[in-house]
Ligand binder design. Structure first.
Ligand SMILES: Nc1nc2c(c(=O)[nH]1)N[C@H]1C(S)=C(S)[C@@H](COP(=O)(O)OP(=O)(O)OC[C@H]3O[C@@H](n4cnc5c(=O)[nH]c(N)nc54)[C@H](O)[C@@H]3O)O[C@H]1N2
Ligand SMILES: Nc1nc2c(c(=O)[nH]1)N[C@H]1C(S)=C(S)[C@@H](COP(=O)(O)OP(=O)(O)OC[C@H]3O[C@@H](n4cnc5c(=O)[nH]c(N)nc54)[C@H](O)[C@@H]3O)O[C@H]1N2
Ligand code: SF4
Ligand SMILES: [Mo]
Length: 587
């Protein structure tokens, strides 16, 4: 059966993000959600193995019936299984076709593979499970309030964390994604190096020296990730990239990078989440499924919350969801508009035409939405007192990509002739927005910054991680605050397996499988402080709830930078000496 494959978030996959080394994670990323009629046609039942094949490869998934999907479209969670069958073409944007992949679906006799098995086939080595004891608060116990959640771009700052004997025992107010991060024990306690097919612990000094050497000696090093760490650490990373003439890229290139490209072309009609909470009477989630990706977004900022001018938060607002699936968010909406995959650009254009008084020129349906519904939506938006459009990666990773977002911004512009309307991308990681802030204020560009010319150079599709790795252009890689092993297309991982790769991460990650060295660090927001930028660009200071002996990202990166600088200085001193033996020594 020919199918259109789209991948994205589920709550169960998200709850296991910090337990990737356990079978539960592979179980969740190995699911394939299929319309029950399609299953019937295949002669398969729930939990049967199904083979998904694309031009890139094939992988077995577990059949999970779902009436949210129309026949002919399947949904798979993001993770190693999805990326095993994904190509690495980003069509000039940095983001591969995570939401639009053609393939075939058939019954299979073999059970799905575990994530580790997939990584081993891509050239990786299984990392030993090392759930180490966590920090140690000297046996003391405490209840810490107003803790900030270091998981998604909502940066909820009202968590109450209970610590007993140096371990988090409970987390109140967080959603399940956030609390699972605090409770995870999948942590390494000392650096480990890969020698052949096995791992050995090494000292931090040796680990830092190795990293400095690998990065310093590489011709085209890539420093990738950064959305899982603090703004302070990001700044040091940028200095390292400049010092070594490398490329530094962050997760936005595979995520909301196309949103930023749209913003660069058409402007940024944003506002704070507080403004939405206090004022919005029309809220739209477009290509975004916050109930599974940003679980508290509706209850803290948009829908189930009262605001200064919205006395009865829920009743005073109209909630609209535009998606290709009837997601859990769509089920809560006053209006769910099912759009055809890739139909967004045309629908934004149609809405703009209606607002300009050209409804009569439209065909009976655009992008799978009837003209009447489009006119209704345009009217709803025009009559809003304050409208808030939240855009997800259903727009940035489907055909149209940054042009979808540009068209959405132009629609918002159009609406601003009539009322007040805003647009905010639903930024994913807790500090992915921070990467764009720090990169922009230090280099002028938000991601994909190439220092090989001695000055910053930015060109999505050329200087972005998937393109560089997919083209095998990179000869060394530092991964920090991201997990390409789980989340980048197979071709990228296959290349990572062949070059020196260092991972800096508090948790065991799937990228560890491709690394020569994994340096565990304190986790920002749990073991140490740091600055994060919420999805609306409000900076928030992350709190610390545990003590640890591990160094922070900032400390490890500073030591790497220092060693690289020392090496450069002694090298130039040597060069000077050989050039003119009489010259005075350079200090
Ligand atoms: N549970 C969980 N939560 C997470 C994460 C996680 O891994 N797990 N990761 C975080 C990250 S990095 C991010 S970026 C955010 C992302 O958060 P979301 O933007 O919500 O991400 P997705 O679920 O990938 O995609 C959103 C929706 O796009 C829809 N879609 C697919 N194709 C199209 C299309 O052509 N048009 C339209 N309009 N919609 C389409 C999908 O059906 C899906 O419901 O989540 C963050 N939160
Ligand atoms: N098939 C498919 N693939 C996808 C997507 C999709 O929709 N479909 N979505 C894409 C998107 S939008 C994104 S953003 C990526 C997901 O992007 P990734 O960045 O790969 O997501 P995570 O697995 O959450 O990785 C975050 C890493 O940061 C680490 N970390 C946490 N705290 C700290 C800290 O304090 N310091 C350091 N150094 N590290 C820390 C975590 O342990 C984890 O390894 O996946 C992409 N891949
Ligand atoms: S919504 Fe996001 S920031 Fe808030 S508790 Fe959940 S994961 Fe954490
Ligand atoms: Mo993302």
């Amino acid at each position: 059966m020919r199918v259109l494959i789209t991948s994205g978030r589920t709550i169960a996959q998200g709850r296991k993000l910090y337990y990737k080394d356990t079978p539960g994670y592979s179980h969740e990323t190995g699911r394939c959600f299929v319309n029950p009629f399609d299953l019937l046609e295949l002669g398969a039942a729930a939990e049967d193995p199904l083979l998904l094949s694309t031009e890139t490869g094939e992988e077995v998934f577990i059949a999970t019936p779902s009436e949210d999907l129309v026949s002919g479209t399947v949904f798979i969670p993001c993770g190693p299984h999805a990326n095993a069958i994904l190509h690495a073409n980003t069509r000039g944007t940095g983001a591969p076709d995570y939401k639009w992949l053609e393939g075939t679906l058939a019954r299979s006799e073999t059970p799905p593979r575990s994530g580790w098995e997939i990584l081993v086939e891509e050239g990786g080595t299984v990392c030993p499970s090392v759930p180490g004891p966590r920090g140690g608060n000297g046996g003391s116990s405490a209840t810490i309030r107003d803790v900030v959640c270091p998981l998604c771009g909502c940066l909820c700052d009202d968590l109450v964390v209970r610590v007993e004997n140096g371990t988090v025992t409970s987390v109140d107010n967080a959603c399940s994604l956030g609390s699972e991060k605090f409770l995870s024990g999948s942590r390494l306690t000392s650096p480990i190096a890969r020698k052949g097919g096995s791992w050995t612990p090494i000292g931090i000094e040796e680990a830092v020296r190795y990293t400095a050497e690998v990065l310093g000696n590489a011709e085209r090093p890539l420093l990738f990730g950064w959305s899982g760490t603090s703004a302070e650490a990001q700044c040091i990373g940028i200095h390292i990239a400049e010092e070594i003439g490398g490329v530094i890229d962050n997760c936005s290139s595979i995520c909301h990078g196309p949103s930023i490209m749209g913003i660069q072309e058409a402007g940024n009609p944003g506002c704070t989440l507080g403004a939405v909470k206090n004022r919005a009477d029309v809220v739209i989630y477009w290509g975004s499924n916050p109930i599974e990706s940003h679980p508290r977004h509706l209850s803290r900022y948009t829908t189930f919350v009262n605001g200064k001018y919205r006395d009865n938060g829920y009743r005073d607002r109209t909630l609209v969801v535009v998606d290709i699936r009837e997601t859990d968010t769509a089920k809560l909406a006053d209006e769910f508009i099912r759009i055809k995959p890739g139909g967004d650009y045309a629908v934004f254009s149609a809405l703009r035409a209606i607002l300009r008084g050209h409804a009569d020129t439209l065909p009976p349906s655009v992008g799978g939405v009837t003209r009447e519904r489009l006119i209704g939506l345009a009217e709803l938006c025009r009559n809003a007192r304050f409208g808030a459009l939240f855009t997800g990666i259903g727009l940035t990773q489907s055909p149209g990509r940054y042009k979808n977002v540009r068209n959405a911004i132009q629609l918002v512009d159009e609406l601003n002739r009539h009322t007040k309307f805003t647009l905010t991308p639903m930024r994913g990681h807790w500090n992915v927005n921070g990467t764009n802030q720090t990169f922009s204020f230090l280099t002028g560009y938000p991601y994909g910054v190439d220092f090989s010319r001695g000055i910053p150079y930015y060109n999505p599709g050329e200087t972005t991680a998937v393109d560089l790795l997919g083209h095998r252009e990179v000869d060394a890689c530092l991964i920090i605050g991201a997990d390409p092993g789980a989340h980048l297309p197979r071709k990228c991982n296959e290349h990572l397996a062949t070059i020196p790769t260092v991972v800096i991460d508090p948790f065991v990650s799937f990228s560890t499988a491709f690394a020569d060295l994994h340096i565990p660090v304190a986790c920002v927001g749990i073991d140490c402080e740091g600055t994060g930028y919420r999805m609306d660009s409000v900076p928030i200071r992350m709190r610390k709830v545990l003590d640890t002996d591990l160094p922070t990202d900032e400390e490890v990166l500073s030591r790497i930078l220092h060693l690289i600088q020392e090496e450069r200085q002694s090298h130039s001193a040597n060069v000077l000496e050989t050039q003119s033996p009489e010259a005075p020594p350079v200090s």
